[in-house]
Design a protein around this ligand. Structure first.
Ligand code: ZN
Length: 389
């Protein structure tokens, strides 16, 4: 992100579909207290040394390097073993950088999505959660824990937490004689974008390499003629950001009042939540991955901490932005809030059954351990092939 601003525990943004609110009978469905109380925290999986979600991302991952490739494989492996029903895509591009001496550097955006079963491509609007996964070239050894390893892990945790409930909801619809592909036109999508950081000094061309490429590619890729949405970009066309902001604020407040949050509560994360949208002073100018999408008309809620509120943590863009400097209570709490918001958006009240989920995850994990070596090798080959294209 632009060095002119200071920011929150990493930076990530949410893009939410406007269309979905306009569906007849569609309603954002808030979770019950019981459901909020049952949401798991990802404590162990966020362990910075051994956690299955976060620790593999806490390494240097500059585009075109071995660390970068390993993190990409970690994402692919996570979705393949833990969320096998998700569709994975890689979007590749190359660009020279101010320090590459004319050489093309590869950038790989990681895209994973899940739609109602049988829904035609082009008819599904997707709640889209986005973080960048590349790390900054300098200072040497920079890890980028807040920027943005932790947000990637937070999103992975949220998607893992709601996945079984998506199945349960779509199965229940079938049982009731409804066809999820026709009745439920909303899906969910995550983007882990590459090349957000500048290689030299932040400029319009030395930054946001992956986001610029993906926004351009998605705006020129067309769905079949009769589709609800014209392009992948318009399928993340959104509703009002202030509404999403207020929904997140409500989730934070309810989780705090239920005693589920561990971080300090002296300062609420969403200070404008009680204001009407026209009373909120827009604070523009933060350069981040949302810009190429915003420029093409996608409605964005950008979650970032900046002055006059808390401001960026002092470790931002320094060698100290590492696992040891993460405030784990805050990271875990964000995991809860994002999970609650995604579950409410996807209308999963009544379908979150974590006892059942733990059982089936344990089964699939023991299977995946058996197959791990072979599958991992195959994935590495597949990723390499795609990257070469
Ligand atoms: Zn940064």
């Amino acid at each position: 992100m632009s060095p002119a601003y200071r920011g929150f525990v990493g930076h990530f943004f949410l893009a939410l579909s406007l269309f979905l609110l306009l569906l007849p009978g569609y309603a954002y469905e808030i979770l019950s207290d019981d459901s909020l109380n049952s949401l798991p925290r990802a404590s162990e999986d966020y362990d910075i040394h051994t956690g299955s979600l976060l620790s593999p991302i806490l390494r240097t991952r500059v585009p075109g390097t071995e660390g970068h490739e390993a993190v990409l494989e970690h994402f692919a492996n996570f979705f393949r073993t833990t969320l096998p029903k998700w569709n994975i895509e890689l979007q590749n591009s190359t660009s020279t950088t101010p320090i590459s001496k004319g050489k093309e550097v590869p950038f790989v955006n990681f895209i994973a999505s899940r739609d109602p079963p049988g829904a035609p491509v082009g008819d599904v609007g997707r709640l889209t959660l986005v973080a960048h996964y590349d790390s900054k070239l300098t200072p040497t050894g920079f890890i980028g824990a807040i920027d943005s390893a932790a947000p990637c892990a937070i999103i992975m945790h949220a998607m893992r937490t709601i996945d079984a409930a998506l199945d349960a909801k779509w199965t229940a619809m079938r049982t009731e004689g409804l066809d999820p592909s026709l009745e439920d036109e909303h899906g969910i999508q995550i983007l882990f974008l590459d090349g957000e950081e500048a290689f030299d000094h932040w400029t319009d061309t030395d930054s946001l390499y992956g986001a610029r490429s993906l926004a351009a590619s998605w705006s020129s890729e067309f769905y079949p003629a009769m589709s609800t949405y014209k392009t992948p970009l318009s399928s993340i066309e959104l509703f009002t950001t202030h509404w999403a902001y207020q929904s997140l604020a409500a989730a934070e407040e309810r989780l705090r009042s239920l005693g589920r949050m561990k971080s300090a509560s002296d300062q609420h994360w969403f200070p404008d939540s009680k204001k009407n949208s026209h009373d909120v002073i827009p604070l523009g100018g933060i350069s981040d991955d949302h810009l190429p999408f915003l420029a093409r008309g996608v409605e964005i809620l950008h979650l970032i901490d900046f002055t006059p509120f808390k401001g960026f943590p002092p470790v931002w863009h320094t060698i100290e932005d590492d696992g040891e400097h993460l405030d784990m209570a805050t990271v875990e709490d964000w995991g809860l809030v994002i999970t609650a918001f995604a579950a409410e958006w996807m209308e999963l009240e009544g379908y979150l059954d974590f006892e059942q989920q733990t059982k089936s995850q344990t089964e699939s994990q023991s299977k995946s351990r058996r197959d791990e070596e072979l599958e991992f090798e195959a994935e590495a080959i597949r990723l390499n092939k795609k990257t070469e294209l």
